[in-house]
Design a protein around this ligand. Structure first.
Ligand code: AMP
Length: 113
């Protein structure tokens, strides 16, 4: 199966501004940031969409949220952040390898557009 763009970042075939990495996940700056701090936290395991998450993935997916907390500590973020995962094109998903958006550094409105 051909690697998707995020798998090429995992394998370092494509460059990225990596802010965190461990055996399960990698986090890097979004190339088109929607906030002063916009980081993508992704599993190294290929899961194309949130709707494809299985029971076996619970630890992996939960780990992404733990990494978000570690990143917030590392960047000394005190004023809040938003975590978003889009499922499907109508929800705004454009890369089909699940990723948690970590957004911070400005006031974020609600509801999202
Ligand atoms: P989504 O639209 O939820 O699937 O989010 C995909 C995100 O990946 C978008 O915010 C893009 O800006 C970002 N993106 C796409 N290609 C790259 C890349 N090579 N490096 C970093 N971020 C990327």
């Amino acid at each position: 199966m051909e690697k998707n763009i995020f798998e090429k970042i995992i394998s370092k075939e494509l460059p990225a501004d990596i802010v965190y990495e461990d055996d399960i996940s990698i986090a890097f700056k979004d190339i088109n940031p929607q906030a002063p701090i916009h980081i993508l936290i992704i599993p190294k395991k290929r899961i194309e969409m949130p709707e494809q998450i299985t029971n076996d993935d619970e630890v992996v997916v939960g780990h992404l949220f733990y990494v978000a907390k570690l990143i917030a500590e590392k960047l000394n973020i005190k004023n809040g952040y938003r975590l978003v995962m889009n499922n499907g094109e109508s929800a705004g998903q454009s890369v089909f390898h699940i990723h948690l958006h970590f957004l911070s550094g400005r006031k974020l409105s609600w509801p999202p557009g």
